[in-house]
Design a protein around this ligand. Sequence first.
Ligand code: PMT
Length: 221
Amino acid sequence: FAPGLLTGRRVVITAGPTREAIDPVRYLSNHSSGKMGFALARAAAEAGAEVVLIAGPVDLATPERVTRIDVVSAQQMYEAALARSPGADLFIATAAVADFRPAEDAAHKIKKQPGQSEMTLKLVQNPDIVAGVAGSDKRPACVVAFAAETQNVEDYARRKLSKKGVDWVVANDVSRTDIGFGSDSNEILLVGRDHSEPFGPAGKQQVARFLVEAFARSLGT
Ligand code: PMT
C-alpha cells in the first residue's frame, strides 16, 4: 500500500489467547496462535503507524517497530487496553479473550479427593475489552472487533457491531480448519454499518494488509 498510509497514527491491537488460572498449574484457554493479530501489527507498522501490540501467551516474534506488551489473563489484557487506547486512532481486537474465568484462583494445586468422580468449576464473567474501549471517554476514532463464528456469520457479526459499539466487525468462520485459529490463512467478511466486503481466502499477512487499508480509509487517510 501507499507508503506512509498511517504515518502519525497510533494503533493498538490485542492478539492471541488469554489464560485463566484455575490453580498454580492449570488454566482455561483456547487455540488462538496470535498469528492474525501479529500480522495486523506488522501491516500497520509497515504502513507507518506507531503500534502497540497487547499479546496473550503466544510463541511468535515481535514484528519490527512494534511495541509489545505481554499479558496472560483477560483482566490484564483489559487493563493494558484501557491504559493504552486513550489517544490512539485505531483499536483492533483480534484476541480470543476468555469470556469467563474461574471464580477462584486456588493458591495451591487442587488435589483429587479420594473417591471423587466429578468436579464443578464455578466461572465468573470477564470484562469485555473491546466494548470497554469503544465506550471509553477517549475512544479511538475507529474501533474494530473480530467475530469468531461457526454459522450465520454476517448476521451474528452485525449483532456484534451494535452490541459492542464498534465501527467494524471482521467476521471469520472458525468451524473450518483451513482458516481461522492457528492456520496461516484466513477468509473474512468485513462488516461495517452500511456495507460489507469479503476478502480471501488468503495468507493472514495479505488479509492484514487489506484490513489496514480499509481502516486507513475509514480514518480518512
Ligand atoms: O490467533 P489466530 O490463531 O491467528 O486466530 C485468529 C482468530 C480466529 C483468533 C481471530 O481471527 C478471531 O476471530 N479473533 C476473535 C476471537 C473471539 O474471541 O471472537 P468472539 O466472537 O468471542 O469475540 C468478539 C470480539 O470481542 C473479539 O474482537 C474479541 O477480541 C472481543 N472480546 C471478547 C471477549 C472479551 N471479554 N473481550 C473482548 O474484547
